[in-house]
Write a protein that binds this ligand. Sequence first.
Ligand code: AMP
Ligand code: GLY
Length: 421
Amino acid sequence: MKILVVGSGGREHALSWKLAQSERVQTVFVAPGNGGTASDSRLVTVEITDPAALADFVVSEGVALTLVGPEAPLAAGIVNLFRARGLKIFGPTKEAAQLESSKDFAKAFMQRHGIPTAKYQSFSDAAQAHAYIDANGAPIVIKADGLAAGKGVVVAMSLAEAHSAVDHMLSDNAFGDAGARIVIEEFLAGEEASFIVMCDGKNVLPLATSQDHKRLKDHDEGPNTGGMGAYSPAPIVTPSMHARVMREIINPTIQGMARDGIVFTGFLYAGLMIDSEGNPRTLEFNCRMGDPETQPIMARLKSDFLTVLDHACNGTLDTVELEWDRRTAVGVVMAAAGYPDSPRKGDVIDGIPAETPECVTFHAGTQQVAGSLQTSGGRVLCVVGLGDSVKMAQKQAYETVEKIHFNGAQYRRDIGWRGLK
Ligand code: AMP
Ligand code: GLY
């Protein structure tokens, strides 16, 4: 079978790396891919990003199944387009993707269906937003309604920060249409976890749990980023927490969407905040896998991923039982100089060792330029180590990180710290 993976990040490298291991796979195309997918002999990079052109490619190449990594093409309706042309694709429709593409939609949905989340109000008028902030006090959280590539959330610890976030989004139009409406919500304290499931329209199959590290620097300091590392499993998601999240958040979400007339297919990612009493609330939904969560999750998946995807497209996920590597996987992101504000491009990357059973390096912002590998984006690599404990997995990952060099590389030295006992 020929498979197409859409996207260019570390997530897509990990998904295509895993798919390429399937005995039933003949070719994995990655569009547009990155420097890592381009240099992997099992993968074929395709320079196409337009959804209609991708559908033409799928027809002409005889691609059996398409898997979409990032949110932008999903929100733009790539699944609707492929299905209208009779092509097999795994992901949510444009309508279902609103759970991620509009925070206002997601919040109203959660409120309507009794799904635990922070209390909120939406605004398009700056004066009303300012008044709401004054009435509720800080800390408080300001979010652009639309997709803002992970930059549309301000966790304001002071009133001044909150007011300036409103001005930035509503008055200065910093995110264009995506910020023309904002959600202002209650600040939730606690520990975060990423809870990702696959849905086939009827059945729900949970993947291994994970935990992201959003801040740039050690000890969760510095600015928010797309994620500086992740590990799996997340010990905070105990079996009873897992059952509770399925019962209170995941199942009501899938059922609520169905009641609202929207069949959910694809990955559903609930970003959770678990408070000190052990109550989980939903911070956000994504309608795709996480990046970098996918990298440690795929490193731990033992089952044949193509078979799983096939069942997901055929509505038979209830027959699948996933098998996971019992080890912990720790993924350390190496980011470019200047990330997250203005990542520098063009630094030469050296020293990436060959994959071993204990460590694999996934590429994100890399490209091959005249035979040399160079940085081309904010998050450059994600090095995933596997070990019998968080500590041993960290050791595997960091030994490799230290062998890799590019000027200005930034990485955290504490990925997995919450899982250390
Ligand atoms: P989101 O894109 O909505 O997940 O927000 C990005 C990050 O902002 C989350 O991973 C949290 O670290 C933080 N965050 C979002 N909403 C809240 C909230 N209501 N309370 C505290 N932190 C939040
Ligand atoms: N790592 C967070 C996300 O993918 O949204």
